[in-house]
Design a protein around this ligand. Sequence first.
Ligand SMILES: [Zn+2]
Length: 347
Amino acid sequence: MLLYDPDIAIRFPDYGFQIPDPGDRASRVVRELLESGVVAGTGGGGLSQSTLLEPVTRDDLARVHTADYLDSILSSDPAAALHAVYELFDAHGRPNRYYPDAAILPLPDLVDRARRHVAGTMLALSHVLEHARNDSFCYFLGGGMHHATAHAGRGFCPFNDIVVALRAVRAQGNAKRFWIIDTDAHRGDGTAALCLEDPDAATLSIHMAHGWPLDGPFFEEDGRLHPARIPSDLDIPIPEGGEPHYLPALARGLDMLDAMTRAAWNGAGPDAAIVVAGGDPYEHDELPSASPLRLTLEQLRKRDVLVHSYLAQRSIPQAWIMAGGYGARAHEPVTQFLRYAASHGLT
Ligand SMILES: [Zn+2]
């Protein structure tokens, strides 16, 4: 299933943020797939599904985020909470790339859209669990906010939709054990921190060996260890120039993840996998902080096919979310993978 909500696009200039991303990646993916006939339109045979998502509830968010943080970000003035997420103010409290007078939408609208992204990830995961026998693949054109931790958002990630979704389906009694496979260019540090003490959520992150967030401080202002220093169950750092090693390292990493968890889970596999399929390792991605990792479109195709095949061969339901990807060509890795998925009868 392909899950798409045309009303959750976040266009930063609408909120007065000077962040150069058009925010139209999902719609470009859908337009290209429709134009080429790879998927049908809404109601056109079930190959594609557009869904209007309702914002996730505070109760769902509260399984992951602290009450103080939710009080702040869900308030009528979430600017302070969004400060850390989008770096809206500098060290002296002056606006940084933030021009509130230029905003045409209020900040709570952005929070509302982020909550609907969380709802999309929840829906994708619920779907593959409920249809594990005959439709165990779902791609949500949104989500992937893997830097958010319990007490704050960071790195353009207001909420950690991945762990919110995981805990929501657990609360419904639908599943217990999960793999989280994160192929975004930036390390999935918020997810790692949130899953550190969760023996039934195994995290694999393959990412740039250096740069944000790994070159940040060791400790947060309150003395807590910075999430960037908290390990995933399996971290695979790729140094600059290490692109030829990326696919073999990922393949070995998946085998290690499988072996680690079967040993820990008495031979059992996960009930489902969440794939955080970042497009920002793409060589044509325009986000400067993702530039040290430069995979070709073909390498990204092989990456996604490798992960998909690995899970499919083990009959593990797989919920994919879009995660990072910036600039004019950011839709290309997603589009090519969904073409592959459609050609294999998956969407
Ligand atoms: Zn990223």
